[in-house]
Design a protein around this ligand. Sequence first.
Ligand SMILES: C[S@@+](CC[C@H](N)C(=O)[O-])C[C@H]1O[C@@H](n2cnc3c(N)ncnc32)[C@H](O)[C@@H]1O
Length: 365
Amino acid sequence: MDSRSWMLLEQEDPRWRLPDDLRRRDPFAARDCGWVEQMRPFIRQFSRPGERVLDPFCGFASTLLAAHLEERAGLGYEIDPARAELARERLARHGAMAQRVVAADILREPPQGGIDLCLTNIPYFGCGWASGDPDQLYASADYAGYLQRLGERLRLIRQLLAPGRYCIVMAENPQLGGQMLPLAWDVARLLAGQLQLCEERVLLYPKPVEALAPMSCHSDRSHEYALILRKQAEAPAPEAGLALLRAMQAAGLRFALFGSFAAWLEDAARPWPADIDLLLPAEDAAVNALLAWLQGQGFALSCWQQPLELPVRLAEYRGRYYFRAERLQRGGERLRLDLCFELDGADVAERLGGLRFCQGLPLAG
Ligand SMILES: C[S@@+](CC[C@H](N)C(=O)[O-])C[C@H]1O[C@@H](n2cnc3c(N)ncnc32)[C@H](O)[C@@H]1O
């Protein structure tokens, strides 16, 4: 891979293209199948021979075939069993027997062991797909739910990824209902909440040029983005996280620590968690006081990627579970808090019975 921020993909090599007979067996004629050539440079650049490459949405196994050609061990997940079967058949025709396709959602059958590179072409929102499987992202009924489910899978991928290694997600901004949906940018924001957003490459697929009618703004959308993210190897900001919690304590805010940050406080030998999880009393006044304080400290507040306007009324956020507060520090590190006001569909206080919210560090018991 060279330093250009774009890659030109002019022709698919017939040797690696999805064979026509397999393409015909797909009900959508494999309209969403990517190119092996699109994946190979990323595999060469961001992994080493023999390493493990994951594609959590592997479709027809273009990534796994690319991994095979570059002598990496590919592991793919494809929720549609018929597609998974096509993918296996394609790989078998290339003698790529060591590449593995699991016909499942990665959340339902997480892999054993870590991964060295995640490389994937995500399923887009808005593609027609008749499926009764609620995990099929193509069948998502609304965009917020789609991003939420995608985010849950990316969270697991972050956990699986070896420190210092890369996750590369290919995405575009599709046309939907006569408008451009900024999906690639929303996904970049979603990913940046989990991993360090390092770079983008624009992939260009030239098509025959056509003149546009006056005032028409529609392009042929012959490009997509490869979003390149890295799992930070080193602890980003433990002191800043602790200092923040102490300041919150001193300001008399009501919260309780839980999750991986609480565990890290008890045992500093554990890896520094990606974020700080707090439980909040499900009371409008206490929650608004805490949110307003954080906002005053330079934190951006959101709920499921939507900016939050204060004051909030918790009753309007039923089923959303948590708010997020995020601050980009001067040194480029991100400090992130997940502020949970519901657990398993119930108020936190109700769910945890005797939990006492106080200003104590560590966990209020
Ligand atoms: C863009 S296609 C991938 C195409 C692939 N890059 C290729 O070239 O063969 C996305 C795939 O993700 C699958 N998918 C959707 N939701 C999924 C989920 N929750 N888990 C696993 N696969 C899923 C879809 O069925 C679809 O085949």
